[in-house]
Design a protein around this ligand. Structure first.
Ligand code: ADP
Ligand code: MG
Length: 262
């Protein structure tokens, strides 16, 4: 069974793209077939996967507006070992182009249908907004993974996301659930980070990943080489943390599947 995961949080700079690229590469490392989708016009996931934006012919934009098929858009990330649906700046225009379109929130889901079963995981890097692009991501997804920085306002944005998910569940995608909350850029020496983390543990218990992603400069450096952390510095704390996250996710996923078959 394929698992489609949207990486979402309407706050920018919380580690969505870093998580999308490195979770994708870590799952590949663990033997899984993975597709990564860049839904952000900033195209950071595309660059982080080693794809030169200027050489990309078709993007998620042409997929959403129905100009290209998923096969025409897909490229291979050599540094990540996964397939990628790349983005460029033009994706920002999709919002306007799709206003009048039919089933505009379900465009991505429809476009993915022919290939989705070829993968164990499809990972969608959403933009930092609850806009039509993110909606397309959430409609296509089975579950959402929410990266969070443990800082003072972290929880505020979460309630907007949770109410958006509730609305989506009522209309466009009944099965969407929260896959898990991930603490990113964690600095154990910060008292505030520790306090916010304790709060998350209290509120979200089973939904919170045990794995915590530490602040690690190697994670910030890797994208400028077009590499996931595993292809840049495998021994770094950041690489080990994302591998551990992939393992935790697989362990949870397996329990889930067993629960469904019993
Ligand atoms: P988002 O996609 O949510 O906007 P990014 O993943 O692009 O966030 O991260 C924002 C910035 O922080 C980027 O420059 C990224 O390289 C850096 N970054 C992300 N995670 C970490 C980490 N664990 N340690 C250090 N830097 C990080
Ligand atoms: Mg991003």
């Amino acid at each position: 069974m394929t698992r489609v995961l949207a990486i979402a949080n309407q706050k920018g700079g919380v580690g969505k793209t870093t998580t999308a690229v490195n979770l994708a590469a870590s799952l590949v490392h663990l033997g899984k077939r993975v597709m990564l989708i860049d839904l952000d016009p900033q195209a950071n996931a595309t660059m982080g996967a080693g794809i030169d934006k200027s050489k990309v012919k078709a993007t998620v934009y042409s997929l959403l507006i129905g100009e290209s098929s998923v096969h025409e858009v897909m490229v291979a990330s050599e540094t990540g070992g996964f397939d990628l649906l790349p983005a460029t700046r033009d994706l920002a225009g999709a919002e306007v182009e799709l206003v009048e379109a039919q089933a505009r929130e379900s465009r991505l889901k429809q476009a993915l249908a022919p290939v989705v079963s070829n993968y164990d995981f499809v990972i969608i890097d959403c933009p930092p907004a609850l806009n039509l692009l993110t909606l397309n991501g959430l409609v296509a997804a089975d579950a959402v993974l929410i990266p969070m920085q443990c800082e003072y306002y972290a929880l505020e944005g979460l309630s907007d996301l949770v109410s958006t998910l509730r609305r989506i569940r009522q209309s466009l995608n009944r099965r969407i659930e929260i896959e898990g909350l991930l603490r990113t850029m964690f600095d154990p020496r910060s008292t505030l980070a520790q306090q916010v983390s304790d709060q998350l543990v209290k509120h979200f218990t089973s939904k919170l990943y045990h794995t915590v992603i530490p602040r690690n400069v190697r994670l910030a450096e890797a994208p400028s080489y077009g590499r996931p952390i595993l292809a840049y510095d495998k021994t770094s704390k950041g690489a080990q943390a994302y591998l551990q996250l992939a393992e935790e996710l697989l362990a949870r996923h397996n329990t889930h599947e067993v629960a469904h078959t019993v």
